[in-house]
Design a protein around this ligand. Structure first.
Ligand code: FEO
Length: 397
C-alpha cells in the first residue's frame, strides 16, 4: 500500500516477505526485506531509487496510484545494486526522456548494469536540482557501501534518503519506526551494519561528522530497506557512530565445530571458566549456526574464541567461511584465542591463530589443544583457560 511519508512524498516501494537469502546466498534475511522507493510530487516529479527487477510492475502500479508515471521528470539512482536499480529498464520504458540522476561513479556502474544510454545527469556533493518549491540536494557517500553510493536530501520536507545506509532487511506491514517492533528492527540494523558496513567504519564516522557539520534539519530518514526513521530519526545515526567506533559489550563469542565431541567438550569447559569469572558469552557450533547471525554477535562481543579439530592438516570446512568473513570485515577492538582437539598432525591452533592475526584480532593468550578425547584433568585445564581468558579480557582496553 502506498504511504505518504510527508506532504507530497510517497513510499511506493515493495515488501518482500519471502526473500530468505540476499546477495545470492551470501546474506540471510530471515525477516524478509523491503525495497523502498520514494516518489516526490512538486512542480516537477522525481522518483528516488526503484526496486528489484522482479517487482517492477508492483512499483509501476504504486506510482500510478499517485500520478501518471509519464509525469516523472527525474529518476535518482543513489546506487546501482540491482535491489534498487533493477526496475530502471521497465520504468524508463514509460519515460525514455527523463533524467537519470547518478553520482560520478554511478554513471559507470548504472550504465554497466543495464547498457542503456539514458539521459544521465552526474551530481556530486552539494549539487542540487530544483523541483519547484523544494530541491533535491546530493551528498556522495562512497563506500557506504559501494563506490557509487550517494544520499539524496529533499529540502523543505527535510527528508534524507540515504539508500542502504541506516537500513535493515526487515519486512513489515508498517513503514515507520514509531509503529514497528524496535527490538526486531535494531537486531536487523546491527546485523546489516556488522555484515556489510564494518569494513568502512572509518568512512562512516567521517561521513556522519561531515553531515552533522552541514547542520541541516532532518525530520525523516528514509533508507532503501526496512523501516523509515520518523520518531527521533537521528537515533540511528548515533547508533551508527557507536557501531563504527568499535564499541563492544564485553562479552565473548565462542565459535567452533566438532567431529566426535572432543572440541565440543573443550568449548563447554572453556565456557565454564568464563562463567566462573562473570563474563557473559554465546556459543555457536558452526555446523548448525547461521554465519550472518553469528557475525552480528561477534560484532557486539569483545572476545572471540575459535575452536576446531584438525582435519587433513587443516580446519573443519564449517569454520573456514567465518574466518574468511572476519578477515574481510575487519571488526575493531577484538581479542581472541584458539582451541581444539587433534588426532595426529595437530595444525589447528596454528591455523586458527594465523587467521585471527589476518583478521586483526589480537591474540590474548596461547591456544590450547588436546589429543583425541580430553581427560577430566585436561578439561580442568580448559576451565582454567577460560578463566584466564576472562581475566585478561576484563583487564585489557
Ligand atoms: Fe547495496 Fe540494498 O543494495
Amino acid at each position: 500500500m502506498v504511504v505518504e511519508i510527508k506532504d507530497g512524498v510517497y513510499w511506493v516501494g515493495v515488501v518482500d516477505w519471502n526473500i530468505k537469502h540476499f546477495h545470492g546466498h551470501e546474506y540471510t534475511t530471515h525477516r524478509g526485506t523491503t525495497y523502498n522507493s520514494y516518489l516526490i510530487i512538486d512542480e516537477k516529479t522525481a522518483l528516488v531509487d526503484t526496486v528489484w527487477g522482479p517487482y517492477s510492475q508492483e512499483l509501476i502500479d504504486n506510482i500510478e496510484e499517485v500520478t501518471d508515471i509519464k509525469k516523472i521528470d527525474y529518476v535518482v539512482a543513489n546506487h546501482a545494486e540491482v535491489d534498487h536499480s533493477g526496475s530502471l529498464p521497465e520504468v524508463m520504458k514509460y519515460i525514455p526522456d527523463a533524467t537519470v540522476v547518478v553520482s560520478e561513479k554511478g554513471k559507470d556502474s548504472v550504465f554497466k548494469h543495464f547498457h542503456r544510454r539514458w539521459n544521465f545527469k552526474t551530481v556530486k556533493t552539494g549539487d542540487s536540482i530544483s523541483l519547484g518549491d523544494n530541491s533535491l540536494v546530493f551528498v556522495s557517500a562512497p563506500m557506504l557501501h559501494w563506490p557509487d553510493s550517494m544520499f539524496t536530501y529533499l529540502t523543505g520536507k527535510n527528508v534524507l534518503m540515504p539508500n542502504d545506509a541506516f537500513g535493515q532487511h526487515y519486512a513489515s506491514s508498517v513503514r515507520f519506526n514509531d509503529e514497528a517492533d524496535m527490538t526486531e528492527v535494531y537486531q536487523e540494523a546491527i546485523k546489516y551494519y556488522a555484515n556489510i558496513l564494518t569494513p568502512f567504519s572509518d568512512l562512516v564516522i567521517k561521513k556522519i561528522d561531515e553531515f552533522k557539520a552541514l547542520n541541516i534539519p532532518v525530520d525523516i530518514i528514509a533508507p532503501s530497506h526496512g523501516i523509515i526513521w520518523r520518531k527521533d530519526p537521528l537515533q540511528i545515526v548515533e547508533k551508527y557512530y557507536e557501531w563504527a567506533s568499535g564499541k563492544n559489550d564485553g562479552s565473548v563469542a565462542i565459535i567452533y565445530d566438532t567431529m566426535w565431541n572432543a572440541t565440543d567438550k573443550m568449548a563447554k569447559a572453556i565456557a565454564e571458566g568464563l562463567e566462573k569469572e562473570g563474563v557473559t558469552f554465546k556459543m555457536f557450533n558452526m555446523a548448525v549456526s547461521d554465519r550472518n547471525d553469528v557475525l552480528a554477535e561477534v560484532f557486539k562481543a569483545k572476545g572471540i574464541l575459535i575452536g576446531s579439530p584438525t582435519l587433513n592438516n587443516g580446519l573443519l570446512p564449517t569454520i573456514k567461511p567465518i574466518l574468511e568473513d572476519l578477515k574481510g570485515l575487519k571488526f575493531k577492538n577484538k581479542v581472541g584465542a584458539a582451541f581444539g582437539s587433534y588426532g595426529w598432525s595437530g595444525e589447528n591452533i596454528k591455523l586458527i591463530e594465523e587467521n585471527l592475526e589476518r583478521a586483526k584480532v589480537r591474540k590474548l593468550q596461547e591456544g590450547i589443544k588436546f589429543k583425541w578425547q580430553p581427560t577430566k584433568e585436561e578439561l580442568e585445564e580448559c576451565v582454567e583457560f577460560g578463566r584466564n581468558f576472562a581475566k585478561s579480557l576484563k583487564s585489557c582496553e
